[in-house]
Design a protein around this ligand. Structure first.
Ligand code: SF4
Ligand code: SF4
Length: 400
């Protein structure tokens, strides 16, 4: 039996980046497997989880693209009640909210394309809760559709009352951001008038963590990564533990080069993430089971449209508002006009350099947005192999 090229040894653990299987090995098993020999008693498990080849990868991708769920995203507005220091939309924030025409187009798109499948919508902004009525309007216009939705919100307006109003309409989870303990968070994420937002978000979080699933995003750069411990301790002391943590390294955007100097240097990215998760683990926060999943992002899935308030379609959230990367247009009747050059099925290809890489299923050549940021163009390689080699060590913590 041939061992998979997607197997990675992490000390005494064998992990497969395609199947997600991980097993602990004793010294003898480890030595044999490293030599390419399969111990007799492990044949079953190795065949199931550690022998996948390139063909299996292609099948997995094909199955993934045949998605059982339709997952479109709608930016309801570019407006926001915050003015975060690093907001990637600062450069092009327009006083613009979604029009009736786009709302009708979005509803028609779902009606035309769900084909009996589940529909999971993400509402994004600016601040999507500035357009709460639009969320209600769309949610009530899809009778007979197996519909649910999530919100990417700054959390300031997400009160218990709002959650209770949206839950019967299909609210499944929310993503909220806290960037550090109070003084650190408030220096970065403040209201338009300069007031800090930490207290109001923590109050809301406390009240809603048991009513709705919460993904707690922490945007990390050189100024706050030393403050992660304090944030985690503060969350604990505030009684906030029922959240899924989501550390995210802040990058610059195409318009605001001044942010470059604050970005975590690429060579230390993996150490920063590893440290974050270790600290979280020590404090009893869970490392999500699906932290290592198939690396096909929304940019490759053409039916999972990301639509802005003007009806423009983008490859993913990070490109929104950038006129150079408009992937197409959503028409009022729900049809799409798409730009061939940015089509997922045209841009998804396995590069020569990646064919022997064990991290290919997690990566697929990296992030399209980061490739553009680094001047390599939309189809360039955004290789983070060194980072994967370190980060994959977290598999051991997940197994515990
Ligand atoms: S809350 Fe989000 S959209 Fe609003 S300013 Fe902050 S980063 Fe930008
Ligand atoms: S970009 Fe780098 S890490 Fe990603 S699959 Fe290719 S070689 Fe591997």
């Amino acid at each position: 039996m041939a061992l998979s090229k997607f197997n990675v040894f992490i000390d005494n653990v064998l992990f497969n980046t395609l199947t997600g299987y991980a097993i602990e090995l004793d010294q003898k098993e480890l030595e044999l497997l490293k030599r390419g020999e399969v111990p007799g008693h492990l044949k079953g498990i190795i065949e199931e989880g550690f022998s996948s080849g390139f063909r299996d990868l292609e099948n997995t991708v094909e199955n993934f693209l045949k998605k059982p769920i339709l997952e479109p995203t709608l930016l309801l507005t570019y407006n926001c009640n915050f003015d975060c220091s690093y907001c990637f939309q600062k450069g092009f924030r327009k006083d613009l909210s979604v029009s009736d025409r786009v709302i009708r187009g979005f509803i028609n798109y779902i009606l035309k394309n769900h084909n009996g499948r589940k529909v999971r919508v993400t509402y994004f902004g600016g601040e999507p809760l500035l357009e709460l009525r639009r969320i209600e309007e769309i949610s009530k216009s899809l009778p007979g559709v197996d519909y649910s939705f999530s919100l990417v919100t700054n959390g300031s307006m997400l009160t218990k009352g709002v959650v209770d109003r949206l839950t019967p309409l299909g609210l499944s989870h929310v993503q909220i951001t806290l960037d550090g303990p109070r003084e650190v968070h408030d220096r970065r994420r403040y209201y338009i008038d300069g007031r800090g937002s930490f207290d109001v978000i923590v109050k809301n979080l406390r009240e809603l963590q048991d009513r709705v699933k919460v993904v707690l995003r922490v945007n990390i750069d050189v100024h706050n990564f030393h403050e992660v411990d304090k944030l985690l301790d503060e969350l604990k002391s505030e009684g906030i533990s029922n959240v899924r943590l989501d550390p995210h390294l802040v990058h610059t955007n195409l318009f605001r080069n001044e942010w470059w100097e604050n970005v975590i240097p690429r060579e230390t990215e993996s150490d920063v993430l590893l440290t974050f998760w270790q600290k979280a683990h020590e404090r009893g926060f869970k490392i999500p089971q699906d932290i290592f999943r198939l690396g096909l992002c929304v940019a490759y899935v053409d039916e999972d449209i990301v639509v802005d308030p003007e009806g423009k379609i983008y490859p993913c959230w990070a490109f929104t508002g950038n006129h150079l990367y408009v992937k197409g247009r959503l028409e009022e009747d729900g049809t799409l006009t798409l730009n061939e050059k940015l089509l997922g099925r045209k841009t998804l290809r396995i590069r020569e350099e990646c064919k022997e890489c064990p991290f290919l299923p997690l990566c697929f050549g990296g992030c399209r947005f980061l490739s553009v940021l680094e001047g390599k163009g939309y189809n360039g390689l955004d290789c983070r192999r060194e980072a994967y080699e370190k980060i994959v060590k977290l598999v051991k913590n997940i197994m515990r």
